[in-house]
Design a protein around this ligand. Sequence first.
Ligand code: ADP
Length: 339
Amino acid sequence: DSRFSTQISHLALDIGGTLIKLVYFSPNGDNCEDGSIVVGNNGCSVVQGRLCFAKFETRKIDDCLDFIRLNILQHSGVQHARDKFSVKATGGGAFKFADLFKEKLGIVFDKEDEMHSLVCGVNFLLKTVPREAFTYLDGQKEFVQIDHNDLYPYLLVNIGSGVSMIKVDGDGKYERISGTSLGGGTFLGLGKLLTKCKSFDELLELSHQGNNRVIDMLVGDIYGGTDYSKIGLSSTAIASSFGKAISDGKELEDYQPEDVARSLLRMISNNIGQIAYLNALRFGLKRIFFGGFFIRGLEYTMDTISVAVHFWSRGEAKAMFLRHEGFLGALGAFTSYKD
Ligand code: ADP
């Protein structure tokens, strides 16, 4: 059935440890959330429409199954695909949940490698989507036009539950060179334990209102309010994240949860920025693209990462962000459909 095989290429999934990301094609863009990408208007493609995005918490996978059933299968007049429907899937959940998707929806996963999908997703965005990459410094967002002939090499830092750092040298030419387990999952996990927040959005909202200096030990706290200028450390630089809690004589309950959330966000973002910079230095890479759902376009996070990269590299390396940061793997899996 030719209609079936066309529909098949309309959906790709990236099932991660925390979130499920969906990219799907919609001819008229119905029900698309913000950020959808118009495709097929350049004369190269026969189909015109929009690439739409959706995300679900992995622990609420039933919501995702319902969404696919309603918006993708039934929309195409299919109740249950009876194993005829195969979709591109990546991330650990492509293995873990393969049986569930087959049983509940009749969908069979055509698995794509996770790192490969990430890199394909970024390359696709940088090559085809205008105003995708931007820098964020001093509260200013500035879009960067990347010359296609001068794209490589670059460092891709994907901040999901954990963090992967990938050196990209070309289409399909890449190597995972580093990573850290202190990632978005750590921020959310520790944040839930320390502040009793129930969700990522709640934790972010709290962190907006907080002041990290209440709990972080600053250089000035150690030096009696002055800079340690000899080695270039200002009095406001963080000497030790959460360090004030040692001697404050306070219990967790005595701190405002917003201050705890702020220190935590700062600690995780700073650490990732620093490791990213060190790896960029290790391989002489000037451009670092940050992706993953941890960033969520959040100014404070981007600012912390940018300042860390700028500070440590003395302005040599540039931190860049992507508008579709959370959907890199899903987009890469989507682009792996052959026309
Ligand atoms: P993974 O593929 O490992 O699930 P993602 O790129 O989807 O990784 O990022 C997951 C991280 O994004 C979480 O650990 C959390 O820090 C952050 N995040 C952003 N938005 C949400 C949300 N709505 N719910 C849960 N985590 C979120």
